[in-house]
Write a protein of this length. Structure first.
Length: 120
């Protein structure tokens, strides 16, 4: 737990140093065999975040780099952007968007948003 807290502290400091703001950090402290509601691919953390921050999951975009991320996003009702160079299994319903990096995904993500963030 101390190591996780240190990672979160550094992450928060880096984000704030770059001018960003982090509202929350959620993580699952359980083992896979615990079968908890918050460990991906189950969507418990999505529902926790939605409740805490009034997030419309159907209007949200989740970015991840693993099949478990895609499964969790689907279970929560989110759109999904797959970031990475590995491929997903052919039998999987494709994500809404794929990009080689988070930076490369940003234009597509911004184009999905309503209001002043929209780039297209």
């Amino acid at each position: 737990m101390e190591e996780i807290e240190e990672i979160h502290r550094r992450m928060r400091a880096d984000i704030e140093a770059a001018g960003g703001r982090l509202l929350d950090v959620l993580f699952c402290p359980h083992w896979e065999h615990d079968k908890c509601a918050c460990r991906k691919p189950r969507p418990g953390m999505f529902f926790t975040a939605a409740g805490r921050h009034h997030i419309d999951l159907a209007g949200s975009i989740y970015v991840g780099d693993r099949l478990l991320d895609l499964e969790a996003a689907r279970a929560a009702g989110c759109k999904f952007v797959f970031v990475g160079t590995e491929s997903l299994p052919a039998a999987v319903t494709p994500p809404e968007h794929c990009a080689e990096s988070l930076l490369a995904a940003v234009p597509w993500i911004l184009a999905q948003l309503p209001g002043p963030w929209r780039t297209a």
